[in-house]
Design a protein around this ligand. Structure first.
Ligand code: ZN
Ligand code: ZN
Length: 415
């Protein structure tokens, strides 16, 4: 494939990336816990992924915490942890302004992106997301193409680097709560690559299907099969394809299928009195499929409250697996110091954390509760279409991160 004339390398956020001659496609397969791939592969639904695993690489990588979408997408496109890029959830509490602030905007991003840097070398960069909420951060300072499946009809040449997306791809805009929203992103990527409009792509899907269906559900298998077909098209076009996820997904339920929720606000109030502020950083305008319930919340203590006492008590509560004060939040959880509270609380594989029952609408959960946010959704798959060189084989065997995926695709491919 013919490429635009480009420099061979660029550096961003302390890492140097070497540009291959081939087109590069990195996919964030939203909510794709490794079990989904295992089940689909075992049932022969993903022949192209199987090919990738045999010829290239398939393994596990560690995501950033909290295991939420915007946190990890931002890590992937910057190559660094939330401590550096600053995006640590959909919401944070600004103590100075005494306001809960939504972070879905590049205004809160503290580092440049790999995508914008690649574009500066002359590569034809394209970012396509399922939900429009991510587009602003991912396309920060990008000279290239950026649009979402959700608002494809709104894409304009001067603001999105492309117009008439639907005509170009030959597809109507899909509903945002659908399997088609993710497939649209991949099909758009195929079209851009095919028509040589882009040679450096970041394709970010949505986890609607994983929130709704377990790996072995017929709907999941059909979805993974359709996704795999698009992987095959990208491989056929000769691109280096790297696939990872922002987080996994687990059933957060009691054995009877009811949501397993710890209402932390109610619990703390009952034990220690009023004045706690709980931030559920999963909260966003698209709450339908998780009720703003995840396995990670941030707690601000009332003034004068003894942190150690609250922490010790919380750690004794069933379902709570980790409680971090400021120090370990910064170092172990890689959080930005000015956007976290006094305590960060994580819950178990089957448990989510909320404020009070009145703050969460469970009636919208029509098919049980599957969610993410905590430690048990932190390890995610990584697959690369091409064999890794010795250096990156060793790196893959260590503690690779999902936000190293551009590094693997650009620096890690064997000659
Ligand atoms: Zn996600
Ligand atoms: Zn989600």
């Amino acid at each position: 494939m013919e490429l635009t004339k480009s420099m061979n390398a660029f550096s961003v956020n302390g890492k140097t990336y070497h540009l291959p001659d081939k087109a590069v496609v990195v996919i964030c397969f939203d909510g794709c816990g490794d079990e989904y791939l295992d089940v689909a592969l075992a049932r022969d639904k993903m022949p192209n992924l199987k090919k990738m695993a045999l010829r290239g690489y398939r393994g596990m990588v560690r995501g950033a915490l909290p295991s939420f979408t915007n946190v990890n997408n931002t890590s992937i496109v910057t190559g660094v942890s939330p401590a550096l890029h600053g995006i640590c959830g959909n919401f944070f509490y600004d103590r100075e302004r005494d306001q809960e602030i939504m972070m879905n905007s590049a205004e809160y991003l503290r580092t440049p992106t790999i995508l914008a840097a690649a574009a500066k070398t002359g590569r034809k960069v394209a970012v396509i997301t399922a939900k429009d909420k991510l587009r602003d951060i991912l396309s920060h300072e990008l000279e290239g193409i950026a649009f979402s499946a959700e608002k494809a009809t709104e894409a304009r040449e001067d603001t999105h680097g492309i117009a008439q997306v639907n005509k170009f791809i030959g597809l109507d805009t899909p509903p945002v709560y659908s399997a088609e929203a993710s497939l649209f992103v991949l099909k758009a990527g195929v079209a851009l690559l095919q028509q040589k409009k882009a040679d450096f792509l970041y394709l970010s899907l949505t986890d609607y299907m994983q929130h709704k269906y377990a790996p072995e559900a017929a709907e999941s298998l059909a979805f993974y099969q359709a996704i795999d077909t698009e992987f095959g098209r990208l491989l056929d076009l000769g691109a280096i394809v790297g696939i990872t996820a922002d987080h996994g997904m687990n059933a957060k339920q009691n054995p009877d299928g009811s949501p397993k929720v710890i209402y932390l606000g109610s619990l703390l109030e009952e034990k220690f009195g009023q004045g706690f502020r709980i931030i559920c950083p999963i909260t966003d305008p698209y709450v339908k499929h998780h009720g703003a319930l995840g396995s990670y919340v941030v707690v601000y203590l009332p003034e004068g409250m003894a942190e150690a006492e609250v922490k010790t008590w919380l750690l004794q509560q069933p379902g709570i697996t980790e409680v971090h004060g400021r120090d370990t939040s910064l170092h172990l959880l890689e959080q930005p110091g000015d956007r976290i509270g006094d305590l960060i609380v994580l819950s178990g594989r089957d448990t989510v954390l909320g404020k009070t029952p009145a703050d969460h609408d469970l009636s919208a959960l029509d098919s049980g509760l599957r969610s993410h946010g905590g430690r048990y959704e932190e390890m995610v798959p990584m697959a690369i279409s091409h064999p890794l060189n010795t250096e990156y084989q060793a790196k893959a065997a260590g503690d690779p991160r999902n936000f190293d995926i551009f590094e693997f695709c650009l620096n890690g491919i064997a000659d």
